[in-house]
Design a binder for this molecule. Structure first.
Ligand SMILES: [Zn+2]
Length: 348
């Protein structure tokens, strides 16, 4: 049995569920799914399909809440909607929507590349197989950010379709070359794909996802109204800022003694904002910015160009826009601290 067959054997499929079948809460809905599931809704125009994926991270609920609300409404989409709901077990683990992945599992959204090994690798291969069979007009992968943030889109391939998809959630689109094994990388040559980051998982993020899903599912065409996405602003190739291996990070109002780096506990308020040269991101124990490593998509070390230490404070060495900042220490260590981009004086 190859990986795709095995994955299909462990992934459920539910076609045109009735409103009464999905339960009264999203938790009940997930319990009824019992595991990763494709939900397929037949459209008024059954010749076309749009794809949605969500809950690749179990602690990012806005996408699945939107799908649940849609199913409760009993609305028939304009075209077929194929929705993959991923880490159901991680989402259901108590206290609910708390685990990005279960402790003994891999981050599913880092598994969409060779060699597709292990449970998550096989699941990723199965999802890609199904998507390529469906051959949708587009794919939107709904996520939540791990800190407070405005909504934004992410793409590895910039074109008008990716801007159009981003406009469903935001007018900010990050274009990145980074190769992490995410779903959007795997399908960029197949059909227009974006990651839709709906914000930090509060009621506003849920509303963003719901509005986006409704527009996506009901639009006659996704591409025929360029004025709708003309305002989308693109941010190219942000620099990934991670913690030096073996160092410890904390979040606080001043240096936490046992941490090598303390980032401001309100650091996520900077998301998409611009810091002026010399503005404080946090505090460091050593007099060197080397506790963080800033690397661009080409792998170049940009740390000392972007950061400096002044009297124990970690500051930006030039005007910089901060993006994708988390205030969750676990994600900060296992993934990265944040991304940044130098801001030219003409943009200030
Ligand atoms: Zn995510």
């Amino acid at each position: 049995m190859d990986g795709a067959q095995l994955s299909q054997a462990t992934t459920g499929e539910w076609t045109d569920p009735k409103a009464r079948d999905v339960g009264t809460t999203v938790e009940e809905f997930l319990t009824r799914l019992g595991g990763p599931t494709w939900i397929v809704l037949s459209g008024q125009d059954p010749s076309r399909t749009r794809a949605v994926t969500t809950l690749l991270h179990g602690n990012e609920p806005s996408g699945v809440r939107a799908i649940f609300q849609w199913l409760r409404s009993g609305t028939r989409p304009h075209v077929n909607l194929a929705c993959f709901i991923g880490a159901v077990d991680a989402a259901l683990a108590q206290p609910g929507f708390a685990y990005r992945q279960l402790p003994d599992c891999r981050d599913l959204n880092r598994c969409f590349r060779m060699p597709f090994e292990g449970r998550e690798g096989r699941m990723a291969a199965g999802v890609l197989d199904t998507l390529r069979t469906i051959n949708p007009e587009a794919l939107v992968d709904f996520h939540n950010t791990s800190g407070r943030s405005p909504a934004y889109g992410v793409t590895t391939r910039l074109g008008e379709p990716q801007k159009a998809l981003t406009a469903l959630v935001s007018d900010h689109l990050i274009v990145t070359d980074l190769r992490l094994g995410t779903l959007m990388e795997a399908t960029e040559d197949d059909f227009p794909t974006i990651t839709a980051e709906c914000g930090g998982g509060d009621a506003r993020s849920d509303q963003t996802a719901m509005t986006a899903l409704r527009t996506y599912g009901m639009a006659e065409s996704l591409w025929d109204a360029p004025h709708r996405y003309a305002h989308v602003k693109t941010f190219h190739h942000p620099i990934r800022v991670s913690l030096e291996a073996g160092k410890r990070v904390a979040y606080g109002a001043s240096l936490v003694p046992e941490a090598d780096l303390t980032l401001r506990k309100d650091a996520d308020q900077f998301n998409f904002g611009v810091l002026n040269q010399g503005e404080t991101l946090g505090w460091v124990r050593d007099a060197s910015p080397g506790v963080v490593v800033a690397r661009d998509a080409k792998g170049r070390d940009r740390t000392r160009e972007m950061f400096a230490v002044i009297e124990g404070r970690l500051v930006v060495a030039q005007p910089a826009r901060i993006m994708m900042m988390t205030t969750n220490p676990h994600i900060a260590v296992s993934d990265c601290l944040f991304y940044c981009l130098p801001v030219s004086s003409s943009e200030l």
